[in-house]
Ligand binder design. Structure first.
Ligand SMILES: [Fe+2]
Length: 236
């Protein structure tokens, strides 16, 4: 972070630093008041990122209490399914229309519970136990601004983020990134996990196929295709 930040981010950070007990309501109010400027943030974008990442992710600001990140979403970019560890508060500001999925655990299965489109100009709240996935199902790229914070120790909170990777039957722990096909070096822990409802996997695989196609990962696409054939045969 050796660059000059735009005024809207400097103001946003200083306002959040001045509050002792931040809540999601305060984050949302501060983000709206900050006058976040797409033009001012555009130079920090990471569009056209490499295949090692499944979306663009740039840390803009970090303090003891919170991080501000700019994410960029090329068409077909998606996160994996993930939560935010013990993050206590946070928010997302959308500069474009994002596809969003919410999940919950039911009888030991991870289950899709809600489908949303967040629209340009909207804000959304973030907390640690939110299990979700987001990305770009459209045809043009856009940016989002993310704040993750804790009134306790931020590093402790962020180091326990869970990332579900059904295509690899893995549940990983990371300290922030939720990339599809995440590099081993970004994982702090990894365990076997393969407990999803069929509806959840059908929806998830449909969303992530463009990323694996773009990166010529035919091994993963074959795993997805085998699942889809089995599902079709079972429900026929
Ligand atoms: Fe997230």
């Amino acid at each position: 972070m050796n660059y000059q930040l735009p005024d809207c981010i400097v103001n946003l950070a200083s306002e959040l630093n001045s509050v002792t007990d931040v809540t999601n309501e305060i984050v949302s109010e501060v983000m709206v008041r900050a006058g976040l400027s797409e033009d001012a943030l555009f130079p920090y974008n990471i569009f056209n990122h490499t295949g090692a990442e499944s979306y663009g992710r740039r840390l803009l600001y970090e303090s003891e209490k919170f991080r501000i990140l700019l994410m960029t979403w090329d068409p077909g970019d998606f996160t994996a399914i993930h939560n935010h560890g013990e993050t206590e508060w946070g928010g997302v500001y959308f500069f474009g229309n994002a596809t969003h999925r919410l999940y919950e655990t039911e009888y030991g299965n991870l289950k899709l519970s809600r489908k949303d489109i967040f629209e340009k100009g909207q804000t959304a709240a973030v907390c640690g136990d939110l299990t979700h996935m987001m990305g770009n199902s459209g045809k043009t790229g856009f940016m989002t601004l993310h704040i993750y914070g804790s009134n306790k120790n931020l590093n402790d909170s962020l180091n326990r983020e869970k990332v579900f990777l059904p295509e690899h039957k893995v549940l990983a722990t990371t300290n922030g990134p939720a990339f599809l096909n995440m590099a081993e070096t970004l994982k702090t822990e990894e365990e076997f996990y393969d407990t999803y409802t069929d509806e959840t996997l059908i929806d998830y695989f449909e969303l992530i196929k463009p990323y694996y196609l773009r990166n010529n990962r035919y091994d993963v696409l074959k795993t997805i295709s085998t699942f889809e054939k089995d599902i079709n045969a079972y429900y026929r």
